[in-house]
Write a protein that binds this ligand. Structure first.
Ligand code: NAD
Ligand code: UGA
Length: 444
């Protein structure tokens, strides 16, 4: 099929490259000419495993990029909206989605024949048949369900494993306003493995499935962090041991033949310094905001955000057990990306922590194997190290914020350097016994 994708970020580009790989002809559209040029030169604008190879195979053949939205829409049968949906003022900001929908509307005004528009961005329930449909109809003078199809197909990929997640999805959620839209979506995904569950539904249900899926992950993280806080307060109990015990319940670990298989969700039951990223924080905020607009107080999800917002304070408390003042104390922050295997720094837990450390007058060095956002305002006055060794040499406190595998070598490295800083493990990945001074979230 001929596919256009509006918005060529983490989701739009991965979607485009993967659809090209399975044989579709894809045009990626972005307002950012730098990204467009890079894609056309088969260069990945983001750090994502497998993406460079996909671009090399498909750019200039089945995959191209442009800033000309109208031409891309005119030339394709199906158009995805994959622009950003940030949170602003405690609710979702739909300005990019609305602008893209209006532009698509103008592009199909004079287009002969039927086209299908599909929202892939994460949007609050009701957006596709509300804001998006209205914007396209107003700008095109055409009618959804008559002149164009309208669908909602949320994306469940995780940064770091995005290409694999898209290629081998755990489910396909296909929301459409009518049978014809569903036919188009079915055709688009026909090469995907038949065993992948396909949930065919209306757009609003598809939107809610996406939010509920992210909200449950955020809830589990905050739940674990609340239990972890209690463990620390009670003493004599480590949240890691507690959660390992919880994981063994039949709900989380199933017996399969002679094996015991632990569900991946268990990782969200590990305590840590909090969730970040471009999705969980903003999506939970968007749901709370939508609740408020509907006269509902979503108390559980508000607590999820509140607990998460307090995790940097928990890291500060652990430092406070050893240091009365952090003024001029050299502190190394390990990890700037919001999670390992990505260069994405949006809403990274590193930033609220760095802000607190600056307020307390610490002398800061930060290190990330991939993310080097030297222009970020929170990093003003922070020395960016080029290696783990450089970051921790001379540090009196080392804070592990992102679960990069490289950081598991910290004990050996400190041994080589002959230093014994306080290590505060925000991800509980280090062996406490390997350090002379160690604190970890949820540890007695
Ligand atoms: P992103 O910020 O990386 O990319 C969005 C892109 O859209 C940018 O390149 C921007 O320049 C472009 N854009 C904005 N307005 C445009 C317009 N009118 N025309 C053309 N291009 C335009 O965002 P992302 O991380 O890819 O997320 C996109 C959506 O997908 C969000 O709703 C997000 O919640 C959702 N989502 C993201 C992930 C993820 O892991 N990043 C996973 C699932 C779903
Ligand atoms: C998340 C979901 O995992 C995806 O299913 C979803 O498609 C995506 O949001 C989205 O809607 O955009 P992502 O944000 O890329 O994906 O990464 P996660 O691995 O979920 O990490 C999110 C945050 O939670 C990170 O800050 C991470 O450190 C934290 N986290 C993650 C934990 O604290 N514990 C974990 O076990 C996993």
């Amino acid at each position: 099929m001929k596919v256009s994708i509006i918005g060529t970020g983490y989701v739009g580009l991965v979607t485009g490259a993967c659809l090209a790989e399975v044989g579709h002809e894809v045009i990626c559209v972005d307002v950012d000419p730098r990204k467009v040029d890079m894609i056309n030169s088969a260069e990945a604008p983001i750090h994502e495993r497998g993406l460079p190879e996909l671009l090399k195979r498909n750019s200039g053949r089945r995959l191209s990029a442009t800033t000309n939205l109208a031409a891309a829409v005119a030339d394709t049968e199906i158009t995805f909206i994959a622009v950003g949906t940030p949170a602003a003022n405690g609710k979702i900001d739909l300005k990019y989605v609305e602008a893209a929908a209006a532009e698509i509307g103008r592009a199909i005004r004079d287009k002969a024949g039927y086209t299908t528009v599909v929202v892939k961005s994460t949007v609050v329930p009701g957006t596709t048949i509300g804001v998006v449909q209205r914007a396209i109809e107003r700008a095109s003078g055409k009618k959804a369900g008559v002149d164009f199809g309208l669908g909602m197909n949320p994306e469940f990929l995780t940064e770091g494993t995005a290409v694999a997640d898209f290629t081998f999805p755990d489910r396909l959620v296909l929301g459409g306003i009518d049978a014809r839209t569903h036919d188009v979506l079915r055709e688009l995904y026909q090469s995907f493995d038949d065993s992948v569950p396909r949930i065919e539904t209306n757009p609003t249900t598809a939107e809610m499935i996406k939010y509920a899926s992210n909200a449950v992950l955020a809830t589990m993280i905050s739940f674990s962090n609340e239990i972890a806080r209690l463990c620390s307060a009670v003493g004599g109990v480590d949240a890691i041991d507690v959660m390992r015990g919880v994981h063994q319940a039949g709900y989380f670990t199933i017996r399969h033949g002679g094996e015991r298989l632990t569900a991946p969700i268990c990782s969200f039951l590990e305590p840590g310094c909090g969730f970040g990223g471009s999705c969980l924080p903003k999506d939970v905020t968007a749901l709370v905001g939508q609740g408020r607009e509907n006269g509902l107080s979503l108390d559980l999800l508000q607590s999820v955000l509140r607990i998460n917002g307090a995790q940097p304070d928990e890291m500060m408390r652990l430092m406070g057990l050893h240091y009365q003042s952090l003024r001029d104390v050299p502190v190394a922050v390990l990890g700037i990306a919001f999670k390992p295997d990505t260069d994405d720094i949006r809403e990274s837990p590193a930033f609220p922590l760095i802000r607190r450390l600056k307020e307390q007058g610490a002398t800061l060095t930060a290190y990330d194997p991939i993310a080097r956002p030297s222009e970020h305002p929170d990093l003003a006055g922070v020395r960016l190290a080029d290696s783990l060794r450089e970051a921790v040499a001379g540090a009196k406190i080392v804070l592990l914020v992102t679960r990069w595998s490289e950081f598991s070598a910290l004990d050996g490295l400190l041994g080589e350097l002959g230093t014994q800083p306080l290590v505060v493990d925000g991800r509980r990945v280090l062996n406490p016994g390997s350090f002379s001074q160690y604190e970890g979230i949820g540890r007695a």
